[in-house]
Design a protein around this ligand. Structure first.
Ligand code: FAD
Length: 330
């Protein structure tokens, strides 16, 4: 593609940007599957990143931003465009506030706040990925989410660097304005964010974080090639009557029903397609048991959706993000 070749030449001239051709994306995803990115460019320098985004946009070729690849399913054919990654990872604690660049691991932010005795993010210990992607997907666990303490985000709308506050991020469960903009084809890219916290007891927070990490490591052993929960939990007030009647009251927590419950009823545990399996312990965890392909993943996800649709009349929606597919599995 001529536009892509020209874009590659321009990207290669941007100082501090690392550019490679035909970069295997399975290396950049925890699921460990997916074909190559035609062009892959990464940098920890904000100006180089902005220049790379401008270049990709101007070339009129497909492009996408990834983070640490822990929530991605990449097509076996790969991505016939430009894959960008921003690695700027500075974290600063200023009094009761913390500031983090988008490429900083979320865990480093959580650790820094615990260390400083700033309370609120300790339940998010162990969520993999970076701060930018956590804002994009409003990541959270055990009753906390990134939305809780965020007060300011600096982002790039493709033309200008702008700022917004927490309200401007339009956070909902695993949703944000950043995700909506990307799905609408006009992504807003997080550059940096600021968070404000009440003071807490660092020792108690550390203890809570350790307990949570132990639970998480049992659920998702560090070597498991997976993407966390595949499908979003279901909002109780949006469920059709047929599904509501089936759900035991104790499964409704915080207005949501775990997708895992529906999947388990549908016989998901232990199912497999090729090298991709459903965990025997958690029906909403799919993993690459070795040699898995994106086609295996899609076949399995599609079968799971079909079973839950037929049994409960509900449409499961992915929490994972697809790259390089024409459409998500039905
Ligand atoms: C074992 C395991 C456990 C998990 N547990 C949880 C959990 O408890 N709670 C939870 O919420 N998630 C969980 N996840 C999912 C995952 O950790 C989160 O979705 C995480 O935020 C993804 O971060 P990432 O850097 O890997 O992003 P990627 O997977 O690389 O990308 C995800 C999306 O973020 C977008 N993105 C990346 N950077 C930016 C940016 N700077 N600006 C705008 N958009 C950006 C990308 O375009 C992409 O669409 C889990 C995943 C795994 C593997």
């Amino acid at each position: 593609m001529e536009g892509l070749e020209e874009a590659h030449r321009r990207l290669a001239r941007i100082p501090l940007l690392q550019v490679t051709l035909n970069e295997p994306l399975w290396r950049h995803t925890r699921f460990g599957l997916g074909g190559p990115a035609a062009v892959f460019a990464s940098t920890g320098d904000e100006q180089a990143f902005l220049e790379a985004v401008r270049t990709a946009r101007a070339a009129g070729v497909p492009w996408v931003l990834i983070g640490m690849g822990t929530n991605l399913i990449v097509a076996d054919e790969g991505f016939a465009g430009i894959v960008l990654r921003y690695d700027g990872g500075r974290i600063e604690i200023r009094g009761e506030r913390a500031a983090a660049q988008a490429g900083a691991p979320l865990q480093s932010l959580v650790d820094a706040t615990i260390e400083a005795g700033l309370q609120g993010y300790e339940p998010m210990t162990g969520i993999p990925g970076n701060v930018g992607a956590a804002i994009y997907g409003n990541a959270g666990a055990y009753g906390a989410s990134i939305a809780d303490r965020l007060v300011r985000v600096r982002y790039f709308d493709g033309e200008q660097v702008r700022e917004t506050d927490g309200a401007g991020c339009g956070f909902r469960y695993r949703e944000s304005e950043f995700k909506r903009r990307r799905l609408a084809g006009e992504p807003w890219l997080v550059l940096e964010a600021e968070f404000a916290f009440p003071r807490g007891n660092a020792e108690e927070m550390r203890k809570k974080a350790e307990e949570i990490l132990a639970i998480r490591n049992r659920k998702y052993p560090p070597e498991m090639k997976c993407a966390g929960s595949i499908f979003k939990n279901l909002l109780w007030d949006r469920l059709p009557e047929r599904a509501r009647q089936a759900v035991p009251p104790e499964m409704v927590r915080g207005g949501k029903v775990p997708a895992a419950w529906f999947l388990e009823q549908a016989g998901a545990k232990g199912m497999a397609r090729g090298g991709v399996r459903v965990s025997a312990d958690h029906a909403n965890t799919l993993y690459n048991a070795g040699g898995g392909t994106a086609a295996d993943f899609c076949a399995l996800a599609s079968e799971l959706k079909r079973r839950v649709r037929e049994r409960f009349g509900i449409e499961l929606e992915e929490e994972v993000q697809y790259i390089g597919f024409r459409e998500a599995p039905k």
